[in-house]
Design a binder for this molecule. Structure first.
Ligand code: ZN
Length: 433
């Protein structure tokens, strides 16, 4: 398998550390002298650039959170004059102001480079036809993949999201070999292809690069079976650069982080302490090459684990596990950590139920209680009461075996659980803290 940038992606880890040390020092100087916000925060912590000599000093630096970007809306955290900025992206916040990110010409070159690595690690080459069904525009997905695709010399189809009929037509007529979109859209597309009457054998699709939302291993299996492709997980966030922060190789066993550009740390989201190697915790990134919007110890809220074990693909860059969920989503039930995505992946394995569910958390007599409401497929709901009860018991047992938690399960008719904008609200926490 090809590796786009063998020099960096397979670099000896001691040598890599030297590169990181040097780039970190440059970045700290850049933000200290160019971004008043960072200068004040460092001064408050009694720090100057001279105190940060290597990545071992990283934990001395203060964290940055999404709200810091909002409070400095729109361009307050940019480290270069606007005349140096060639591109601006923004993510729409659910509340309040959007998060704005800016790129210099050099930042765009780095972004293209890490996206070229991403696509190459998914097996794409100049001989591929890449159909980019991520949204183009202020969102970083479409243009991120676009520049990476052009950099490796592939033929790029900038079709953007939506218009499923045309997606399928072009996929067929142009012979697209690589599909880039969100995993949920890939699933949707797979069903639409089946319904379209187009024979799968007439499509040349071989691989998919999917990201921008968390997805389970079960979902991967489903996409791979239905589309008959290899489904590769990619990871990124606009604040750090967009897609291209990390990506799976063909081993599909963790996502290699582009550590020569982004230094990862894993912290305890409550105590903010850096956790030892191998622990699950919140992922934090420090960018060390970005000019427009460098970020120091940016808290992603994504929960994962790092693995420094050697990968069979030959890359030496650390791997992160597929994201387990967001630290905001994590529930602590009677001292046990629980992510709604864990419940979801267990439910997805059972054909009798729909993936529409709701977890209701409460506290009775100082004890946490957890109830799961889940919708049953139409044909099963019409079955005998006794059969429903045995299905209910089966779900309860499966959950308890997998999670070590007893959860009260209630079966409900299809379409009972409220949907907001097509998505269900998965957790209702009635506990008062
Ligand atoms: Zn690998």
């Amino acid at each position: 398998m090809e590796i786009w940038n063998r020099h960096f992606e397979c670099m000896d880890r001691n040598e890599l550390k030297q590169v990181q040390n040097e780039r970190l020092r440059e970045t700290v100087e850049r933000v200290y002298f160019n971004v008043p916000y960072y200068r004040h925060k460092m001064q408050e912590a009694g720090l100057g650039p001279e105190n940060i000599n290597s990545i071992d000093d990283l934990s001395k630096l203060p964290f940055t959170i999404k709200n810091d970007l909002r409070e400095n809306y729109p361009f307050g955290l940019f480290a270069v004059p606007m005349s140096e900025i060639v591109r601006v992206h923004a993510s729409s916040g659910t509340t309040g102001k959007p998060t704005v990110v800016g790129y210099t010409r050099n930042d765009i070159a780095i972004w293209s480079e890490v996206m070229a690595r991403t696509l190459t690690s998914a097996g794409a080459t100049r001989n591929d036809f890449i159909q980019i069904a991520y949204g183009y525009g202020l969102f970083t997905g479409g243009l991120g993949l676009h520049y990476g695709g052009e950099k490796i010399g592939a033929s790029v189809i900038p079709i953007s999201g939506g218009n499923t009929t045309r997606q399928i037509q072009l996929m067929h007529d142009f012979g697209s070999t690589v599909l880039a979109c969100t995993p949920s859209y890939a699933l949707y597309l797979s069903e639409a292809i089946q319904e379209s009457g187009i024979n799968r054998d007439d499509l040349k699709l071989r691989v998919g690069v999917f990201g921008a939302e968390p997805w389970t291993e079960n979902m991967r299996r489903e996409i791979e079976e239905k589309l008959r492709i290899k489904a590769i997980d990619i990871y990124g966030l606009s604040e750090v650069i967009g897609p291209g922060v990390a990506s799976e190789c063909m081993e599909q066993n963790g996502l290699h982080i582009n550590e020569d550009h982004f230094i990862p740390e894993i912290i305890n989201p409550d105590s903010l302490e850096v956790l030892p190697e191998g622990s699950v915790g919140e992922l934090v990134f420090t960018t060390i090459t970005k000019e427009g919007l460098p970020l120091i110890r940016y808290r992603t809220r994504d929960l994962t684990r790092l693995s420094f074990e050697k990968c069979r693909c030959g890359r030496t860059m650390v791997r992160m596990d597929k994201c387990l969920g967001r630290s905001d989503d994590m529930l602590i039930i009677r001292g046990v950590n629980l992510f709604p995505s864990q419940v979801e992946s267990i439910l997805l394995e059972m054909s009798e139920i729909k993936p529409h569910y709701q977890l209701i958390v409460d506290r009775v007599n100082n004890l946490d209680t957890l109830e799961l409401k889940v919708e049953v497929e139409e044909e099963f709901f019409l079955d005998k009461i006794s059969q429903l009860e045995s299905l209910r018991q089966k779900i309860q047992n499966n959950l308890e075996n997998a999670l070590g938690l007893s959860i009260k399960v209630t079966l409900v008719e299809p379409k009972v659980i409220e949907r907001s904008e097509g998505k269900s609200k998965h957790v209702i926490d009635n506990r008062k803290f």
